[in-house]
Design a protein around this ligand. Structure first.
Ligand SMILES: Nc1ncnc2c1ncn2[C@@H]1O[C@H](COP(=O)(O)OP(=O)(O)OP(=O)(O)O)[C@@H](O)[C@H]1O
Length: 783
């Protein structure tokens, strides 16, 4: 009798070898094309908490920021994209087009936005291969094992800097917040933010910072550096209360968005205290900021330029009372672009202040740090400068020589098929960011943009909508690369490799934050291979190579070509609008002048010449150049002007070298720009540092020689001579005003101004008519 065949499951013996099925294949699956967008279907969010009051329920940290935003962001461009796209879809429907290329099932939402669904052929899987490290033996022996990523305060290379740095005291990696003896309001805030254990950088930095020591700290992106410096500051403010109302803490950040974010985190950490916080970043309402700063909040979070503006123009706000100075993204804050502004700020703060520097790519070159005048700083390097988060999966898509034209199609294929939501796409230039936004938007992706060509309200609105999952994809320049903490970002795509490894680390650090997993996919052409090699060399987990099937790239190439005309028309329309706005502003300004209205003049710490000089310095001129006489200077200026004109001509020629009408030309132009930046950075590195000129010794040597503002001098100096001087200045100013008024009301001036306004208005009319004509020609399009 034959026995039925059963697949029996046998018991596993202790020494049996068991095949490992948990090799991350689940994760692998989530990085392949899917029909549906992945949505959170957890029944209950582990982060959910009951709130204790209506006030708490209604509290939104964006509300705190709203008071600094004067005008609402306009959503014109979004309307344009959806109008163009909807019209195309309607047209195709009417024509009954059943092309394979257009067979995506469109899903119409209530809000009128079209979403897209993938056709079956687009679900073809990408091929994923392991990228082998190609290390020399010597490099292999140096490469770090993953375990070495665990907290370690670096001892290497310390000998040469012994005099400058001090070793961090030993600390317990498994320490808890309760062992840190933080005050009750802080513990309550930490608990409400779901912080259970301190992260390694917090365990290492908080006890040292509480002692009032200067710190120079480096830890990977997303490991909680903000709380690492904010918690000890707040604790010190609570513990050492001051009798006078004064701003005691200053946090400097390189970008406006990061400023807003640090402000929001600080607000949350201070929610059970009476500590006041101020925000002073560019692009937001000056008057609203002034009103807040006038009250001298305990902590001010600022970008350098706007802070100096307030310090110069808001009479009651001073930096002289700053006791703690923090530089977030310190290596960026200390680079040449901020050098003059930093010098100005440091000079005005208290001499006995505590200074803390934090970044994921921190410099430990003493000469780079001297400008900030640290006093025996403690060096806390939890991770080395070149490490990405441990739970980040890094992938590359190779663009072969001659295939540069496919970059946009590859990006579209990645975003539309696989990385459909919670994705940030990094590009190099503002112009390209806008173009990619249009491209993806016209393909049906819910996409926003973030770069310097937008107004600040627009920038913050994009960020808010992406954070609140109203947008699936955010296309950004490096303005979003540092410090931004957006919960739930699953993937980062580099449309092009950035200029340096540091830039790369910050960009990919927008995902895989606070212990979560994430993926970065970078498109890398032939010229970008060097940087890819560096990334692989520094990686502690395997790096993958993604190969997209050629037929998919073909399909997306056709899709991109299909919307090319629409992109061009939208860009042209925007250019017209910009021209009209520019002319209208000009006309308004001339009108104001005609009626004798003057715009408010604000003081700056540099005069025009000094500003020019700084710009020149940033152009990497030779610091060792000998001093020139007046005649030589004039001659040199003439030559420089000539050279500048020649350079501009060359630049124009070069710009025309790349045909921006083709994807290939556009990619080449972007790469050209990256190579220019790389050359500039390399030159900067080679340039000898001028320590003595950066270090403000005067302000830090005996006796307080800090410059007082003229406002202070006028108020405090009551000598006869000073009073006479003030009276004289007031009288001559009055006279000048009268002469100016007379001139302004002069008939000649009036007619000249009127004529120029008429000319501008005529031009506006002309541009508008041309725009209408073009629109009529293209089928009476109205956005
Ligand atoms: N102790 C903690 N426990 C849990 N989550 C934490 C803890 N500390 C910070 N976080 C969370 O980790 C995330 C990243 O923090 P943060 O933005 O400060 O990182 P970062 O190190 O400054 O990153 P970057 O280098 O990109 O600026 C935030 O969402 C924060 O709320």
């Amino acid at each position: 009798m034959s026995r039925p065949k059963f697949d029996c499951i046998k018991t596993i013996e202790d020494d049996d070898e068991v095949e490992d099925f948990s090799d991350g294949s689940d994760q692998e699956e989530s990085y392949q094309p899917t029909k549906k967008k992945q949505t959170h279907n957890e029944d209950f969010s582990p982060e959910f908490q009951f709130v204790s009051s209506v006030q708490e329920y209604n509290h939104d940290t964006w509300d705190d920021v709203a008071k600094f935003i004067k005008r609402k962001a306009n959503k014109k461009i979004e309307d344009k994209i959806s109008s163009v796209r909807n019209k195309r879809l309607m047209k195709e429907k009417k024509a009954g087009i059943n092309d394979d290329d257009l067979d995506n099932e469109e899903v119409n939402h209530d809000d009128g936005v079209n979403d897209y669904e993938l056709s079956d052929d687009e679900l073809k899987r990408d091929d994923i291969k392991l990228k082998e490290r190609n290390l020399k033996r010597s490099e292999k022996s140096q490469s770090k094992d993953p375990g070495s990523n665990v907290l370690k305060v670096e001892a290497e290379e310390l000998e040469s800097e012994d005099d400058f740095f001090e070793d961090a005291p030993p600390f317990d990696e498994s320490s808890t917040f309760s062992q840190m003896n933080l005050s009750r309001p802080l513990v309550k805030a930490i608990t409400s933010m779901n912080f259970i254990h301190p992260t390694p950088i917090q365990s290492a930095a908080i006890p040292v910072a509480l002692q009032g020591r200067d710190i120079c700290a480096c830890a990977a992106t997303g490991t909680g550096k903000t709380a690492a410096y904010m918690l000890p500051i707040i604790e010190r403010l609570l513990y050492r209360t001051s009798q006078q109302v004064a701003t005691r803490v200053l946090v400097l950040v390189p970008t406006r968005e990061l400023g807003v974010q640090v402000y929001q985190v600080t607000k949350q950490l201070c929610q059970f205290t009476t500590i006041e916080i101020g925000l002073s970043v560019g692009g937001l309402d000056l008057k609203a900021q002034e009103n807040v700063l006038r009250k001298n909040p305990d902590i001010v979070i600022a970008t350098p330029g706007r802070l100096i503006d307030h310090a110069k123009n808001a009479p009651s706000f001073t930096l002289a009372t700053i006791e703690v100075l923090i530089l977030d993204e310190a290596d960026r804050m200390l680079d040449e672009n901020f050098a003059e502004q930093m010098k100005e700020i440091v000079k005005q703060t208290s001499r006995t202040r505590q200074t803390m520097l934090f970044s994921a790519t921190m410099t430990d070159q003493v000469e780079d740090l001297v400008s900030i005048s640290l006093t025996k700083p403690v060096r806390i390097f939890v991770d080395t400068n070149s490490q990405v988060a441990l739970n980040l999966r890094q992938e590359f898509v190779r663009i072969r020589r001659g295939n540069e034209r496919d970059r946009e199609a590859i990006l579209a294929a990645l975003v539309c098929r696989t990385f459909r939501d919670h994705t940030i796409v990094f590009v190099t230039t503002k112009k390209l960011a806008h173009r990619i936004r249009l491209l993806l938007g016209l393909l049906g992706v819910k996409v926003g943009e973030l770069h310097g060509n937008l107004t600040q309200p627009q920038r913050l609105e994009s960020l808010r909508r992406f954070k609140e999952e109203d947008l699936d994809v955010l296309v950004a320049t490096d303005v979003a690369a540092r410090g931004l903490d957006i919960r739930g970002v699953k993937s980062v795509i580099n449309f092009m490799m950035p200029a340096t490894l540091e830039h790369y680390i910050h960009r990919v650090g927008r995902t895989a934050r606070a212990g979560r997993s994430g993926i970065s996919v970078s498109l890398a052409g032939e010229y970008e291979r060097l940087l890819v090699k560096d990334v692989i060399k520094n990686a502690t987990t395997p790096v993958k190579n993604r190969i997209i099937p050629p037929e998919i790239i073909d399909k997306y190439r056709r899709k991109c070509q299909q919307v090319e005309g629409e992109i061009k028309r939208i860009l042209q329309d925007e250019a017209d609008e910009r021209e009209i706005n520019k002319l209208e502003n000009k006309a308004n300004k001339a009108e104001k002048l005609l009626f004798g209205e003057k715009s408010e003049k604000r003081d700056w710490f540099q005069n025009k010449q000094e500003r020019e000089d700084e710009k020149k310095k940033l152009r990497l001129s030779d610091p060792k150049a000998p001093k020139l006489t007046k005649a030589e200077k004039k001659q040199k200026e003439k030559e420089e002007l000539k050279a500048k004109k020649k350079q501009e001509k060359l630049k124009k020629q070069k710009a025309n070298m790349f045909d921006e009408n083709t994807p290939e030309g556009r990619a080449q132009k972007e790469m050209h720009k990256i190579s220019l930046l790389q050359a500039r950075l390399a030159k900067k590195k080679r340039k000898p540092k001028k320590i003595a000129t950066v270090y403000d010794r005067k302000a830090h040597s005996g006796g307080d020689k800090r410059k007082m503002s003229s406002f202070d001098v006028d108020l405090t100096d009551t000598s006869k001579r000073n009073l006479k001087k003030i009276r004289h200045e007031a009288n001559s100013k009055k006279k000048m005003d009268e002469i100016l008024k007379k001139k302004m009301s002069g008939v000649n001036q009036n007619t000249r101004n009127k004529k120029s306004i008429d000319r501008i208005r005529q031009k506006i009319q002309q541009v508008k008519e041309e725009k209408d004509k073009r629109n009529k020609k293209q089928g009476k399009r109205k956005w």
